[in-house]
Design a protein around this ligand. Structure first.
Ligand code: 4NP
Length: 201
């Protein structure tokens, strides 16, 4: 737990403007080939970025589940979907094996994903940036205040019909069954988000 608190603490430090400069980390995924944010109104996002702290547990699951929800709809518009973390400790790594395992049990592969960190350009590129918890959302709001960009920010469980705390809990230091719980929460909200995105297309 203490390591976790330390890392959470250093997260706000590492999320500074200097660290998030496009020149700060060579291992960031290039943003050069990504589409520019569309001019669609906020109710019809064409690009969605899921964000958690490390981009190895929750947001890769959200990306994989949301992609599967969209793929299940023949009428889905083309969407740009990605995930990222506010912290940079796992940049370049595949998702946590526990996330991969729970996704695999539901027929979803996360193996191709690699962790990357949120970049200032994400606030220009994405119509909608979806945080897993309130802390991620606060970090994103601070970055957007610093760097600008028109992305709409939200929490994933804003779409959950039964949102309780509103957060997707961080399972990283918990037991394996925490990942099954996270899958349930993320899937329920992603289904609702996908229905809204497709319904408003
Ligand atoms: P995530 O989980 O934010 O859902 O990817 C975490 C992964 C790694 C760490 C914290 C949370 N970490 O401190 O390294």
């Amino acid at each position: 737990r203490s390591i976790y608190r330390l890392r959470c603490g250093s997260n706000s430090r590492t999320a500074s403007a200097a660290d998030l400069s496009p020149h700060a980390a060579v291992c960031y995924r290039s943003c050069m080939n990504r589409p520019k944010r569309s001019t669609s109104p906020p109710s019809a996002p064409r690009s969605v970025l899921f964000v958690c702290l490390g981009n190895i547990c929750r947001s890769p699951l959200a990306e994989g589940i949301f992609r599967a929800c969209i793929a299940a709809h023949s009428s889905a518009p083309p969407l740009h979907v990605d995930s990222a973390g506010t912290g940079g400790w796992h940049v370049g790594e595949p998702p946590d094996p526990r996330s991969c395992e729970v996704a695999r049990r539901h027929g979803i592969s996360l193996e191709q994903q690699r962790a990357r960190r949120v970049q200032p350009s994400d606030f220009e590129i994405f119509d909608l940036i979806v945080a897993m918890d309130a802390s991620n959302l606060r970090d994103l709001e601070a970055l957007q205040r610093q760097h600008g960009g028109g992305a709409r920010l939200a929490r994933l469980r804003d779409w959950d019909p039964d949102p309780d705390t509103g957060d997707v809990p961080d399972p990283y230091y918990g037991r394996a069954d925490g990942f099954a719980h996270v899958f349930t929460l993320v899937e329920r909200a992603c289904r609702a988000l996908a229905n809204e995105v497709i319904g408003s297309a």
